[in-house]
Design a protein around this ligand. Structure first.
Ligand code: GRF
Length: 210
């Protein structure tokens, strides 16, 4: 019998290499999922091109066209729901949504963060800021984290992490690049665990069924 495909929606803002990793995993039949829709807050996001290339529906929702963040969050949330999305994947989405989003997709939304949470997360910790802070701190290791989205910022239950060494000569750019490569492994893997019903969430701890 054919296994049911998990219907996912992906939120993007940038180049979309994580989106590409998800698309590739689906195409290689490593991930039993189907991308219903890609939403970007930026019309010029490279991620949109990647989606169009594979005939994945896209939608640009510009926060500036909405009176406030609440109205914008409602639009994003309702669009995902109306497209039958079961799991939302934030993949480089640089826009903070109100708690209405997390409440609408409780333990049904994942995010990828380019550091080892709970360190180097929270307000202001995005893009190169994260890697600059890691280098400044003198930490010997950084990495990436896939976590569920809750009402806080980078604070939801952690699903998967990958450790990456910080090298003495690293710049924010070189570290970001090395970490990104591992993001592409753990994000599709985490989505796969979700799709296969392997994640057991007990408070902050996410156990992965064998
Ligand atoms: C990634 O580093 C991700 O961890 C962060 O934003 C970046 C997005 O990269 N949240 P891409 O658009 O997937 O290439």
């Amino acid at each position: 019998m054919k296994r049911a495909q998990l219907k996912i929606g992906v939120l993007v803002s940038g180049g979309g290499s994580n989106l590409q990793a998800i698309i590739d995993a689906i195409r290689k039949k490593k991930l039993p999922a189907e991308i219903m829709l890609v939403i970007s807050n930026k019309a010029n996001a490279g991620a949109l091109e990647r989606a169009r290339k594979f005939n994945i529906p896209t939608k640009v929702l510009d926060p500036k066209s909405y009176p406030d963040r609440e109205a914008y969050t409602s639009e994003v949330t309702d669009t995902l729901k109306n497209n039958g999305v079961e799991l939302v994947c934030l993949a480089g989405f640089m826009c903070i949504l109100t708690p209405y989003f997390a409440q609408s997709f409780p333990l049904r939304a994942l995010n990828i963060h380019p550091a080892l949470l709970p360190a180097f997360g929270g307000a202001g910790m995005y893009g190169h800021h994260v890697h600059e802070a890691v280098i400044k701190s003198g930490a010997k290791y950084s990495g990436c984290t896939v976590h569920f989205v809750d009402e806080g910022c980078d604070s939801g239950p952690i699903v998967l992490q990958q450790v990456v060494k910080v090298l003495d000569h690293d710049t924010a750019d070189s570290l970001a690049k090395r970490i990104l490569r591992y993001e592409h492994d753990i994000y599709p893997q985490a989505i796969k665990y979700f799709a296969l019903g392997k994640l057991i969430i007990e408070g902050k701890r996410v156990k992965i069924k064998k």
